[in-house]
Design a protein around this ligand. Sequence first.
Ligand code: FA5
Length: 338
Amino acid sequence: IKEEALSKIHDCSSLKELNDLRVFYLGKKGPMQSAMKSMKDMSKEERASFGQVSNKVKQEITQAIEEKKKILEEAEMMAKIQNEKIDISLPGSHLPLGTIHPLTMIREELEDLFIGMGYSVAEGPEVETDHFNFELMNLPKDHPARDMQDTFYIDENTLLRTHTSPVQAHVMLAANGKGPIKVICPGKTYRRDDDDATHSHQFSQCEGLVIDKNITMADLKGTLELFAKKMFGEKREIRLRPSYFPFTEPSVEVDISCYNCNGKGCSMCKQTGWIEILGAGMVNPKVLEMCGFDSQVYQGFAFGIGLERVAMLKYGIDNIRDFYSGDLRFLNQFVRKD
Ligand code: FA5
C-alpha cells in the first residue's frame, strides 16, 4: 500500500488529484482502513507490531502528501504569476484624442483678446426674465423691436434669452452706479428663427460693455478695429453703418473689409468689398438710468458679436448646422495651433 501510495503521490500533478489521493489512502473506506480491520484476528503481539507499522505508513503517506502539496501550491502560484505578467515592451493601444470645438476656439480667442485689453469675463443666465431680456434693454412690452427677436417663452415672464445683452444689465446693477465697467459676456442665445445655412434656433453671442466717464464713439471704433485686425488679420479695416437697437443710441452695424478680395469685390462680400460682422452702439442713456447709472456722469459703449458668424468667416464654413451636427469629420479638422 505504502509503495503504491507514495508513487501515486509522486506522480500526481494537481492539488485536486492530491486531495483525492488523501481521501482514498487516509479516509475511512481506503485500503489502510480495511487492512486495520484484519487486526482483530491477530495475536496481541502481532497486533501491536502491525499497529506500529500501519501508523508509520500513515505518517509517511501524510508527510508525502504535505510535501507534495507544498510543491504543487508553489507551482500553481508560479503559473499564476507567469500568466499575469505584464509585457511592458508591448506597444500601447491608441487612444483617440478629441479636438476643441471651433466655437470654443473662437470664444477662447475672443476672451484672450479682450482680457489683453483689460476686460473681465462675465456670465449670465440662459433662462432669463422678460424684465432683463427686454424691459431693462429699453424694449417695453409693446415695442415694435420685440419682433426683431422671436422668443422662446417658458411662461409669461420667463424666456430663453434672445441675446447676451441682458448680462449688461446684471453687470451694471451689480456695480451700483459706480464705474468703470469693462466686460465681455460670451454665451448661448436662443431665437425662434427658422434654421437655415446661416440661422440656428440656438447660437452664441459675445457681448461687450464699457462704462466710464468720457467714453465716446471713437473708443468703440478703436476697440472694434483692434478686434477685427487681431481676429481676421492686420490688413482688415472696419466701417460703421447707422443702424437701430433700442438699447444703444446711436447704433451701428459694423462691417470688415472682405479678406477674400481685400475690398475689391467678390462673391463672398456680394461684390461690396465689405462683410457685416456685428452690432454695436453707445449705451442708451435710458438703459444707463434703468440700471442705476447717472447718464449725466457716465457714458458707455456696447457691442454684440455672433460667434458662429465669426467662426464661419474665419474658417470658411458655409453651413451653421455643421457646428451642431456632432460630425467628427467636421470637428476633427479644427486643431489648435498653440
Ligand atoms: C443683437 O442681438 C444685439 N443684442 C447686439 C448688440 C449688442 C447691438 C450690444 C448693440 C449693442 P442682432 O439681432 O443683430 O443684435 O444679433 C447679433 C448677431 O447675432 C448677428 O449679427 C448674428 O451674427 C447673430 N445671430 C442673430 N440671430 C442668429 C441666428 N438665428 N443664428 C445665428 N446667429 C444669429
